[in-house]
Design a protein around this ligand. Sequence first.
Ligand code: XMP
Ligand code: MG
Length: 175
Amino acid sequence: MTGERLEVLLSQEQLKGKIAELARAIEADYKGETVLLVAVLKGSVHFLSDLARELQLEAQLDFMQTSSYGTGKSSTGVVQIRKDLDINIENLNVIIVEDIVDTGITLSHLRELLSTRKPKSLRVVALLSKPESRKVHPSVEYIGFEIPNEFVVGYGLDYAERFRNLPYIAILREG
Ligand code: XMP
Ligand code: MG
């Protein structure tokens, strides 16, 4: 028999607790400053929304969309910008909000691109990181959870556009 199974990796409670911790760390580093949270669509949408509402700082929001994955599970290694920012980030404290850093290729490309626009500062918060699958090593200043090299879905993350609305993160097992 073939089929799909979802194995819960991170519960709603674990996500909520970690997002509060990340918010406290960010607040401590940007006391009295305004930040621009840049979410990478679509996977970061719930993380951005929960983090932004937890954060006790003045925060602006903007969105970018990249694509490198197509509809499957493995990266093509080619990063395209499908939607760019609306806001001019010159002299702003930019924080890139990522759902997951896997090979690091997407983030490395984004960091390079945004740093050419002369932000006042540029940092990254990633909810998940798969350290074992890095091919390049962009800095990630705030990391929620380091996870094993398994394909995960839920809380914004998809497999062929499915499972984005799950309130938890699960490993997708097949067969
Ligand atoms: P790279 O490899 O460039 O990948 O660091 C970053 C983007 O790849 C997607 N990604 C995943 N999506 N489950 C997903 O649903 C996963 O396990 C996974 N690993 C990587 C994701 O869009 C991320 O921003
Ligand atoms: Mg993403």
